[in-house]
Design a protein around this ligand. Structure first.
Ligand code: F6R
Length: 242
């Protein structure tokens, strides 16, 4: 594991963006696994800036998002389809057909999970998977549980997760209670994993996940088993590593 700490948000964002754009520069057909939420916003902003400066092109890349809410229209401002369009996709030259997000409105959820896994398989291995970290140790929407699921599947979001995401909605009642998520097996199969964690409120969980027991009760703890894990932390999140 390569753990790096940054004393400013800007350095953290530029560093993460640099790792992603550096990969795309050397491997234009890279397969990127992407995340949503608060953590990647500054990273996507820095990637867009690199693109606008002509330093990188995404026209041959392929992307797979980790997750999407179930039952939220794609056009809803808080759907992950909207998020990705607004934060990244509409600002860069990635062809829309090469950007994949699970369809949380599919009539047949089981078929949708299979379709997503087939697309992932056809694309080969994910070259780089960007991850944020939930307060309960979730990655993607793989919530703490007795057993974890390898492939794409339907999850019931835990109350903690819905509370954390209520900041993006008008109230917790508006946060969907279900989502589709890439499974833990797919995440761990990525060649490189880039875990980004920010804020004092995540100091304890990131420390537990990366130094505590490996357990399905903290899905991110499985990242300890990954041979190429890069962890980027801001100073607040890194507090317990000193
Ligand atoms: C988002 C995702 C989640 C978030 C996590 C942290 O696609 O899969 O695991 O990365 O909930 O969210 P933020 O960054 O909002 O704290």
């Amino acid at each position: 594991m390569n753990l790096l700490t940054f004393d400013s948000q800007q350095k953290l964002h530029e560093s993460a963006a640099g790792i992603i754009t550096g990969l795309v520069q050397t491997r234009p057909r890279a397969v990127l696994g992407l995340a949503t939420g608060g953590t990647p916003v500054g990273i996507y902003h820095a990637m867009v800036k690199s693109y606008q400066r002509g330093l990188v092109s995404f026209r041959s890349a392929t992307t797979f998002n980790l997750d999407e809410y179930v039952g939220l229209p794609e056009s809803h401002p808080e759907s992950y389809h909207s998020y990705m369009r607004n934060q990244l996709f509409r600002h860069i030259d990635l062809p829309p057909a090469q950007a994949h997000i699970p369809d949380g409105n599919a009539a047949d959820i089981v078929a949708e999970c299979k379709r997503y896994d087939r697309l992932l398989e056809d694309a080969g291995q994910i070259d780089l998977q960007l991850l944020g970290l939930g307060h309960n140790g979730h990655i993607g929407f793989n919530e703490p549980a007795h057993t974890l699921i390898s492939g794409t599947h339907l999850v019931n979001l835990q109350e903690d997760t819905r509370k954390a995401n209520a900041r993006f909605f008008h109230s917790i009642d508006k946060v969907p209670s279900r989502a589709l998520t890439m499974g833990i097996g797919t995440i761990l199969k990525a060649k490189t994993i880039l875990l980004v964690v920010k804020g004092a409120d995540k100091a304890e969980i990131v420390h537990t996940a990366l130094t505590g027991p490996i357990t399905t009760q903290c899905p991110a703890s499985l990242l300890q088993t990954h041979p190429r894990l890069v962890v980027l932390l801001d100073a607040e999140a890194a507090r317990l590593f000193q």
